[in-house]
Design a protein around this ligand. Sequence first.
Ligand code: GAP
Length: 463
Amino acid sequence: MSKDQKGKVENEVMDSIVSLCKRRGFIFQGSEIYGGLAGTWDYGPLGVALKNNIKKIWWKRFVDDREDMYGVDAAILMNQRTWEASGHVGGFADPLVECKKCQHRFRADQLEADASGNPTKKCPDCSGALGEVRQFNMMFKTHVGAAEDATAVSYLRPETAQGMFVNFKNVLDTFHPSLPFGLAQIGKAFRNEIAPRDFIFRSREFEQMEIEYFVKPAEWSKAFSHFQEQVHGFISDIGLNASKVHELEVPDGERAHYSKRTIDFEFDFPFGKKELYGLAYRTDFDLKQHAEYSKVDLSYFDEENKERFVPHCIEPSFGLDRTVLAVLTDAYTEDSMGSEVGDENEKEKRVFLKLSPAVAPFKVAVFPLLKNKPALVTKAREVFGTLKTEFAKAGLQGVTFDDNGNIGKRYRRQDEIGTPFCVTVDFDTIEKGTGVTVRDRDYGKQERIAEADLVKWLVEKVK
Ligand code: GAP
């Protein structure tokens, strides 16, 4: 397949995923009724459920299951000195170039080179002449309070990390942890990206799940390797295909100003291999900078060796929206299967999300075979109630009831939103007491399960 053909197919896949997300209530364009706002996306009911499942899995692995991690939820607006100290006011910029004719703006480093391999001087939209490249700071600036002078300037945080560095001393003073220990946070970050693109991959408002893990200077390498493994552990927890994840050792000269070592975890998205997560050794850069700018001592006293020093920091950083996109693109599947209603020999094309039960918005959907038979509906409601209660006891959510349209349509709808199991109450359930049918999303195979065994059977499969 030529590169052009490949590009087209990949875009078709992305178009199908974007349209599924809108059609089924995962993700909508931000401010859609007003024509949208570039680089912003709104999550609908299923998108929120998917996102929350991912957040819970992350929090469990990195906070709840460990003794050395402390969760925080810092303010998005921070004192402007934070961003001077961190280097973002001076250096958080992308190269911007503007077309002199149509005034469209581009990220200079993302434009294709001309035929001789030099940076293009022509606008990709109108072929007009491009102006000089200048640095464009990506932080959203705002004013806090009624005054709009320089002292009131603040920024929407471009990373959650700084909310943890400024709370290092608070956690140290209140919990007295010994090194190594970490702070963890999930929250929004904002970047005025020059060219938001590829659906939720690069947006202007997004969520990060970050850890700042503080260590003795000599122990950074051990902690770095530990989190390198943990990143893969998390990728496996959420059911992502490990063969689509690649590590890239970021070379000297290409790392962020604070980093002495960075690994990018890249993922095979339909539009190419792109950064999913980052792991950085931030040294003592941030704590030292904040100590200097705030005049607050951010050192640590090591009781064992009776020495005082500024801890070094390892930072695993996970984009939540990129995780959602990786999960959705990985799960998106088209196949054809024998019709489950009507002619068994008739092949139908179907689209389904092969989501891991761990992240799927719904794990189980319960149906009455027919909507207009009260006895079936009553029994299906009873099964639904029992499953909901028992799932909650097992620490699970995601049981739904569906009686919209005919059974074939319900299967297709649940396939499209990635529900792994559909339970149907039919006439045999109520007349012969032979149990319910459970249909497997991936194979379309149905099994009859006795009512008494249903909870155990499903909980085992889902867990
Ligand atoms: N604290 C370190 C930091 O923010 P980064 O590589 O700039 O490092 C970390 O961002 C992660 O945040 C990325 O790996 C990516 O998953 C996510 N991310 C960054 N910019 C993004 C954007 N514009 N839209 C969506 N996710 C983004």
